[in-house]
Design a protein around this ligand. Sequence first.
Ligand code: FAD
Length: 542
Amino acid sequence: MLRLTELALPIEHAPEALAPAIQQRLRLPDGDLRTFTVFKRSYDARKKGSALSFVYTVDCELRDEAAVLAKFKDDRNVNPAPDVSYHPVAAAPAGFGNRPLVVGFGPCGIFAALILAQMGFRPIVLERGKPVRKRTKDTWGLWRKNALNPASNVQFGEGGAGLFSDGKLYSQVKDPKFHGRKVLHEFVKAGAPEEILYVSKPHIGTFRLTGVVTRMREEIEALGGEVRFEQQVTDLQVEDGHLRGVTLASGETIAADHVILALGHSARETFRMLHARSVYMEAKPFSIGFRIEHPQSLIDRARLGRYAGHPLLGAADYKLVHHAKNGRSVYSFCMCPGGTVVAATSEPQRVVTNGMSQYSRNERNANAGIVVGISPEDYPGGVEAGPLTGIALQEELESRAYVLGGGNYEAPAQLVGDFIAGQPSTALGEVEPSYKPGVKLGDLAPSLPDYAIEAIREALPAFGKQIRGFDRHDAVLTGVETRTSSPLRITRGDNYQSLNTRGLYPAGEGAGYAGGIMSAGIDGIRVAEALALSLLADAQQR
Ligand code: FAD
């Protein structure tokens, strides 16, 4: 297989135009191009005024690949295609009895369980929340009726935190074994649109993701795995540094010496339990801020110029960074084109924002977190206060937001112009906030530490220079965005196990090893592979 990169065609080209373009670029006689697949398709909208092209990477099967490679040996865009297919690292012997546990069924736990199931290890998944359907009903309870279910919500339940999301499927993690391709292939197999395999910034959207997750669970079960809902792990049994089992909220104990902990970043009581059991962990940096909303048309115009609204390009996104004078970095986070701001708390009397969209991304507003990086020195008590102090800060800010929002799960909000001017907002402009159950206009300054407010105030006009209108008076800020990533790391060694608790595999976002659906899925695969190899090695020694 040969890989051809940077093949540009006008965006409105017919699908049939691709094969002749490849043939022409590689100077192939008729019939020499046997088949090809598009590996990646992107566009570059940065050069304003010039005609926009799709830029392809294609993998081609040729009649005489060696001859073509020799002919183009000095051409950096013509190379042998790498093998990106997935190769399982182990297979469980028939009747293998030592079943691993996977705690949490978000993207990390799903992929860990799927890979273990595909290798024949018949994992048992313990998920504290409910299956998709019931969970969706509970989550809508907060959004529509101001009623939070702390056991079943945006953070907890089948599909994890990524279920009600924009479903963006890209990440910047190093992925030398192409596990990201495995993640995408499994999503497609479970019903995601095939284009996620090649568009440069794939996304699924909430509605489709719910079906995909259900089908992945069905595959795990068909392969002999079990997925148990409403089973919260509340304690661990550890003997001489070896994990021996877990206890559930029901009081049931399950013996196990290989357990993946894929908890997500909101499992605060579980983090506290692990700390009490002396599992090694440390505080780590995360970010705090607000969600910002603009009309999507404003972002499209700024990003795509005359191609704004083009159906082949979809709603435009952005990524912004500003280094403030007080030393803080402010950046856009989890940008959701054509989406909505969502209530994302899992705890009573707290308010947290995040963003989601449907596959079509056709809601009126664009939203993104505008957040400031903070580190353990900023947490109450500083570094000396231990690994849980970042959680204490999150809790404090989320409680403040609840009070500022009026104490009924509405979120505090302010217009960008008023925020920059330091005056409370009293009326909306043209931009209508999408947060449900609703927002309470006022002053956001008391919701975050002064250094964060100062840095965001400086960043917004700077962002307005990059995207015209970004700092328009009536853009809406909604607070607070505090769960950008885990505030701690459950540190693991080269063998993917906890530094001091053998058999415990901290994984995914909650453990500090992922920051998004794709990276959590990749981490789940890596950890499942390490666990499988360790299980087999232990079995051989017995
Ligand atoms: P989670 O998805 O958080 O899953 C952890 C699971 O563990 C949960 O289901 C939880 O119920 C369970 N659990 C916790 N404690 C216990 C316990 N003690 N016992 C049993 N079960 C337990 N990322 C993207 O890449 N793209 C996006 O577009 C995107 N949009 C998002 C939108 C929203 C609204 C939110 C909230 C997040 C979004 N994210 C997005 C982030 C993404 O969802 C997370 O990075 C990802 O889900 C992390 O995966 P995970 O499996 O590590 O953890």
